[in-house]
Design a protein around this ligand. Structure first.
Ligand code: PYC
Length: 445
């Protein structure tokens, strides 16, 4: 199913979508349907595929300006058009589409969080991800192969039990399993007691898995473009104009845009952009490094996380092993890899899987994580009227793209905060209502 002729696809959504603020529906220019038949036709005729999204001149005004063309910004634009009929939207990015954290994360999707608020929220994202390929007619390669968070001590086993109970209460599939079951799921893990950090058990989260992050970005971008929304790459925001307590415009390297609604969907520079509107965020930005190996035959049956060893690993559909660790232990805006990271990563991962010692690392990189005091994001209004934020994702951002896009679109369109994101308001830091998700981090920080 896809855009064309699908009841659940984009056209179906459009038919059911509400009219925009001015009573009109956005025009949907149906992109070419991706199917075996069209692949065959293009192969036969040699005809070029149409561009997935187009460039546009910058208009002097838009109803909504979204800063950041990553998964959060693109998803918000998509749901604004699809659910609320708002398509006079510019998505601006100083780099290229999906070139920030949306293309730098390790593409893990899961909802096995620690707080009821967190579990509910990320679970909605998993549900949206499950239907995304069909909805966008774009293969996002979501493999729900399962997610294991290992416990190497009694205290982490206790946290896993706690998470499992909260997850179950929210209807999310998570349970604590023992070493034998872990070995059955992932035979290459060393579950013996002969190691420095024996595995006592794990939180097994069957709906968790990995996705192709570029495909998610491109799929949303194609749909956004089809709704007539303008994606402006290489367009850096240099200032946000505020008058009488409300946003009136955004200045960019390509000109000024008049607008009364601005959504900050940046990651890494969220506090810098918010500062342009005079809004202070409780964020410290840290690099987070990752690395990938050459492709090897498929052997890893789940995503593996060890908080104690500060490492996580998954295997892509192409066979590469993708690794990550804790955020770098200092605040910085650097996206360079370091030898310290590689050495420590190799040492830790070989504790878990000694049999991969001969596999070669081929690349490493870093993204930037905006860490908040409670490890939960900041979503919603700010003291500046019309300036809303979807920021502070720390190491959790990519998995939340669809749900935050959906919720932020609703907030912008209706001026009401959806229940699902109410706990993540900026005001929680002054009102003392933190949503502590440190215990659900993939690794200790
Ligand atoms: O929270 O699953 C996670 C994660 C993986 C990599 C960074 N964060």
């Amino acid at each position: 199913m896809g855009f064309r002729g699908s009841r659940r696809g984009l056209r179906g959504w459009l038919n059911n979508s509400r009219n925009g603020a001015n009573g009109t529906r956005p025009t949907l220019l149906l992109p070419e349907r991706y199917s075996a038949l069209s692949l065959f036709r293009h192969g036969l005729t040699g005809e070029n595929w149409p561009r997935v999204w187009r460039d546009h001149d910058l208009k002097p005004s838009y109803d909504v300006v979204i800063i950041g063309a990553g998964v959060h910004g693109l998803a918000a634009a998509y749901y604004l058009a699809r659910n609320h009929g708002i398509s006079d939207v510019a998505v601006v990015d100083r780099g290229y589409l999906g070139g920030g954290n949306s293309g730098r994360n390790t593409a893990i999707v899961r909802s096995n969080y620690l707080t009821p608020e967190g579990v509910r929220f990320y679970n909605r994202s998993v549900k949206l991800y499950e239907q995304l390929a069909a909805e966008l007619n774009f293969n996002v390669m979501f493999s729900q192969l399962g997610h294991l968070t290992l416990a190497h001590s009694d205290s982490s086993l206790r946290t896993m039990r706690w998470r499992a109970e909260i997850n179950k209460l929210e209807g999310v599939g998570s349970e604590v399993i023992g070493p034998e079951e872990i070995k059955r799921l992932v035979p290459y893990l060393d579950v013996s007691s002969e190691v420095r950090y024996p595995i006592l058990g794990a939180l097994y989260h069957a709906p968790g898995g990995i996705i192709r992050h570029d495909a998610v970005n491109w799929g949303y971008a194609r749909a956004v473009d089809a709704f007539g929304i303008h994606i402006h790459q290489k367009t850096e925001v240099t200032a946000i104009d505020v008058e009488r307590g409300g946003v009136v415009g955004v200045r960019t390297t390509r000109g000024r845009i008049a607008t009364r609604r601005v959504l900050n969907c940046t990651a890494g520079y969220a506090s810098v952009v918010a500062g342009m509107a005079g809004v202070a965020l409780p964020i410290v930005t840290h690099p987070l490094q990752a690395a990938v190996t050459e492709p090897v035959r498929h052997f890893l049956g789940a995503v593996i996380v060890s908080g104690t060893l500060h490492v996580y690993v998954s295997q892509t559909d192409r066979g590469e092993l993708v690794f990550g660790a804790s955020v770098d232990p200092y605040g910085a805006y650097s996206i360079r890899g370091s030898l310290e990271f590689t050495e420590e990563l190799a040492g830790q991962i070989l504790e878990l899987m000694p049999s991969i010692a001969k596999v070669r690392l081929v690349r490493q990189w870093a993204g930037l994580c905006d860490m908040t005091p409670d490890f939960s994001p900041v979503m919603g209004r700010t003291p500046v009227k019309g300036f809303v934020v979807d920021v502070g994702w720390g190491t959790y951002g990519f998995k939340a793209g669809p749900v935050s896009g959906e919720a932020m679109a609703e907030l912008i369109a209706t001026d009401k905060t959806p229940e699902l994101i109410a706990p993540f308001a900026l005001a929680r830091f002054t009102e003392g209502r933190l949503v502590g998700e440190k215990g659900a981090a993939s690794v200790g920080h």
